[in-house]
Design a protein around this ligand. Structure first.
Ligand code: F0G
Length: 487
């Protein structure tokens, strides 16, 4: 059995309840608006949950990015920041922590995860080349295609089966990788990427054994291997609790083995380290020199990389706290509790439960809404209407159109309800399950969306949509009938 407190404590009643290993000493007031106001806000903000003002949101489950609760040690460290453009003591402290955590020699700071992707794409991807990955992430793909590259994915077909019992759905299918490399040749491959905690397929982890296989293969072919460690905390928890050979291994040892398999590791410090920043870590001097010169060009001088020194101090502590199992368990055990209560109501969700949040399968929830009408986006609108809960579309809306302008239909249509670390209470999660259960009972009322204004890049961030027909008014009326307070 894993050696963390939560698993060992248990409840005498036998109930499975996620137990917080922290207490709240600072809180933020939130507001639950009645359904009529929610409808007005939704349409004023283009049915895009990214555009909702927080003052109108009850539970902000958009993302865990930059919104995880920080620890008291992180806040305390922020007071010690050394605010200098060059040579900041803060930088040297963070560099030492990152080097020790990953066991790699060089650290390059960058202002967030996509800034690292910009640097890697600029340095390594020539037009026509491929980045091979288990699965793409939105910003990663946008940076690769921006420089004329392509993305090829190697997760198994089973990874897009939402209801599954495969504990490591983020794994590479080695045969796919090998046959693609044989087909295009190694010269056509800029680098191979592994995304820990594979975001767009439901926060699904990659096993350490699979990382070993990919690394061995890449080394035999002379291919550069890059780890996106943004979601490492969740992935690490799943390796520690699901991977037989790791159940008794200390977390630091697992991380060191993992990064030793890679040529380059990068991360969003908005996720890993629960602050706001990012960085690239690597062992090779040639790579270091090549990437180093891009940091002052895109992000900032080498000793801050666009980050505030206060955030760097918080990240320094947050990265070290990633090695505490009682800290990194908090999102997965809350996702599991929410997931189990949704399952009990029959709501179709991604299983096994992953990291990051609960992922609702919109194709099964509202099969009558065609993919061209963005079912996952429509479900996010309906969720906000039903509970003031802000989720995120992870489906066709989050895809880029094909070069010929046609829709690139996503292999999955998910509504992600993120569970940022240590932010929500169990009763708030039960509220989410209750409202989503209600919505499931009234799913026939949900209709599709169409674009009113569609940006050319990363359209999901700023695009505006409208409902097709009057389904939102009818859904709001049904809600008011069942919940006369409108809340
Ligand atoms: N890689 C992964 C796996 C991510 O999940 C993210 C961000 C990034 C890279 C980019 O990092 O935001 O610091 O620039 N994911 C956020 C999310 C935005 O909500 O899933 P960033």
């Amino acid at each position: 059995m894993p050696d963390h407190t939560y698993t060992r404590v248990g409840f005498f009643s036998g109930e499975k309840i996620p137990l917080e290993m922290h207490k709240a000493r600072m809180v933020q007031r939130v507001h639950l608006r009645p359904v009529g106001e929610r409808l007005a806000v939704l349409n004023a903000t283009g049915n895009n949950t990214f555009l909702l003002p927080n003052r109108d949101v009850f539970l902000d489950m958009l993302t865990d990015s930059g919104v995880n609760a920080m620890s008291e040690a992180q806040y305390a460290a922020m007071l010690l920041a050394d605010d200098s453009y060059a040579g900041s003591e803060t930088y040297y402290r963070l560099e030492k922590t990152v080097q020790g955590f990953f066991g790699l020699k060089y650290f390059l700071p960058a202002h967030q995860g996509r800034a690292c992707e910009n640097i890697l794409a600029t340095a390594y991807v020539n037009p026509g080349q491929y980045m091979v990955t288990n699965y793409h992430f939105t910003t990663t793909k946008a940076h690769i295609t921006r420089v004329g590259g392509h993305v090829y994915e190697c997760v198994s077909d089973a990874a897009s089966v939402t209801a599954s019992s495969d504990p490591f759905k983020g794994n590479y299918e080695m045969a796919k990788l090998a046959s693609f490399v044989d087909k295009v040749g190694t010269d056509k491959i800029a680098f191979v990427r592994i995304e820990a905690g594979t975001n767009l397929i439901g926060g699904q982890p990659v096993s350490l054994a699979n990382m070993r296989e990919v690394s061995e293969y890449c080394r035999s072919k002379g291919l550069k291997l890059v780890l996106d460690a943004s979601l490492l905390a969740d992935n690490l928890y799943f390796i520690k609790t699901r991977e037989e050979s790791c159940l008794k291994r200390p977390l630091d040892e697992i991380v060191l083995e993992m990064s030793g398999l890679m040529d380059i590791v990068y991360f969003s410090g908005r996720k890993l380290g629960c602050a706001r920043g990012g960085g690239i870590v690597l062992a090779g001097e040639d790579d270091y020199r090549k990437l180093r010169d891009l940091v002052p060009l895109f992000d900032g001088f080498l000793t801050y990389g666009g980050m505030s020194v206060r955030e760097m101090e918080a990240m320094n502590v947050g990265i070290r706290e990633t090695l505490d199992i009682d800290t990194i368990s908090q999102t997965p055990i809350f996702v599991e509790a929410l997931g189990e209560s949704l399952q009990a109501k029959g709501v179709p969700i991604v299983t096994p439960f992953g990291g990051l949040g609960c992922h609702v399968d919109a194709l099964k929830f509202i099969p009558h809404v065609p993919q061209e009408q963005y079912p996952a986006g429509a479900l996010c609108s309906a969720m906000f209407l039903t509970g003031g809960i802000r989720g995120m579309e992870r489906g066709t809306l989050s895809e880029q159109r094909n070069p010929d302008g046609s829709e690139h239909l996503s292999s999955m249509e998910l509504m992600r309800l993120a569970v940022p670390k240590r932010v929500f209470s169990l009763s708030q999660m039960m509220f989410v399950a209750d409202r989503l259960g209600w919505l499931y009972e009234h799913r026939d009322l949900i209709g599709g969306l169409e674009f009113e204004e569609e940006p050319a890049t990363l359209r999901f961030f700023l695009g505006r949509l409208r409902p097709i027909g009057d389904w939102q008014e009818r859904l709001a009326a049904a809600f008011r009938r069942d919940m006369p307070s409108g809340l």
